[in-house]
Design a protein around this ligand. Structure first.
Ligand SMILES: [Ca+2]
Ligand SMILES: [Ca+2]
Length: 248
């Protein structure tokens, strides 16, 4: 799109974007403070300066955010790109009114306060957490915690997080064994968890996997590749072997 076509389209786009509110965005050519939401569709009209000097036919803009903020010849201050609160939450720009390239009014200063919107989901600081829970861990006493952050404004509800457990395995009779504090992310056992969770010797087998003692030896070798002690003399192996034989 050429710059000329772009400028011609602006009033049309503004009227679509702004509707009736455009009238309320007009005001005198003086120092101005604006609150502008981030993430708006662009071009987004922010404010139209109404100058008193009859010869004004363009404006000049300088200061911060020059790539994102523009001004049209008829004094519309508008966004060329959407603002991003987490990148910059305030801009100060200077505007001068020109008549045939001569400054005839201004400068005036415009402070743009970027208003945060809830456009960031919380992200956990780890993709996977591993924790150990002891037998008889009292219910409600945390044994681990998870932690997430949100890039939105922490001063607003946009960054308020709430933790919850989505699923639990095992989930016999839909009795939750674990619970999470919605505010702190601390995980603890429920009353049922404290009663049901027991530490036992046991091997994890895949579905249909060979569960013979020979298979157990192979698994044992996988876990502990250097075997200096024969299986029969290894108290850990014989203990697990006994437990596995009891289970079969
Ligand atoms: Ca958020
Ligand atoms: Ca935001």
């Amino acid at each position: 799109m050429t710059p000329m076509v772009h400028l011609l389209l602006l009033p049309l786009l503004f009227s679509i974007a702004g509707g009736k509110d455009l009238e309320e965005k007009k005001g005198p050519f003086e120092n101005t403070e604006l609150g502008v939401p981030e993430g708006t569709p662009v071009p987004y009209p922010m404010y139209q300066f109404q100058v008193t000097h009859p010869g004004v036919n363009s404006f000049r803009l300088s200061g911060e955010g020059k790539e994102d903020i523009m001004i049209s010849k008829d004094g519309w201050l508008y966004l060329e790109k959407p603002l991003d609160w987490s990148r910059d939450d305030r801009y100060i720009i200077m505007v001068e009114a020109l008549a045939d390239e001569e400054v005839v009014e201004g400068p005036v200063y415009v402070t743009i306060n970027v208003l945060d919107i809830n456009n960031n989901a919380p992200v956990f600081n780890q993709s996977e957490y591993t924790a150990v829970v002891r037998e008889n861990n009292p219910a409600g006493i945390p044994f681990t915690r998870v932690f997430a952050l949100d890039q939105d404004d922490p001063e607003t509800p946009n960054a308020h997080l709430s933790y919850s457990l989505v699923s639990q395995i095992p989930n016999k009779h839909h009795t939750p064994l674990f619970q999470i504090d919605p505010d702190t992310g601390e995980i603890s056992t429920t009353e049922a968890g404290t009663q049901i969770l027991k530490a036992r010797e046991g091997i994890q087998y895949g579905k249909g996997e060979d569960q013979s003692i020979d298979a157990l030896r192979t698994k044992f070798n996988d876990y502990c590749p250097v075997q200096n002690i024969p299986f029969e003399d290894n108290p850990f192996f014989t203990c697990v072997e006994r437990a596995e034989m009891r289970r079969q």
